[in-house]
Write a protein of this length. Structure first.
Length: 118
């Protein structure tokens, strides 16, 4: 059984920063890949960033240079540092966990709202 729980969302002005955190419980296998997805109203869900236990990262183009994903393997925790936020970053952000980066993650958190005002 894997449980993931996000924290750190909120309201911020454009250009500001937020840091999301996510604690994942479960086996080393099941939490090999930790990531963040987001879904804005009326839009499809999209992968924002993911990181493997070995530290290999992937970002969508729209956040490269602004967002940084990191993890603490000892705590099985993943972070998303979001800088230079834009109104289009407004969405519900979901933390995810899974064993394989080539497949959709099977474990999801409840989501945390991030709102960026212009």
């Amino acid at each position: 059984q894997v449980h993931v729980e996000e924290s750190g969302g909120g309201l911020v002005q454009a250009g500001g920063s937020l840091r999301l955190s996510c604690a994942a419980s479960g086996s080393i296998f099941s939490t090999n890949v930790l990531g963040w997805y987001r879904q804005a109203p009326g839009k499809e869900r999209e992968l924002v960033a993911r990181i493997t236990r070995a530290g290999i990262t992937k970002y969508i183009d729209s956040v490269k240079g602004r967002f940084t994903i990191s993890r603490d393997n000892a705590k099985n925790t993943v972070y998303l540092q979001m800088n230079s936020l834009k109104p289009e970053d407004t969405a519900v952000y979901y933390c995810t966990a899974g064993p394989n980066k080539d497949y959709d993650p099977p474990y999801w958190g409840q989501g945390t709202q991030v709102t960026v005002s212009s």
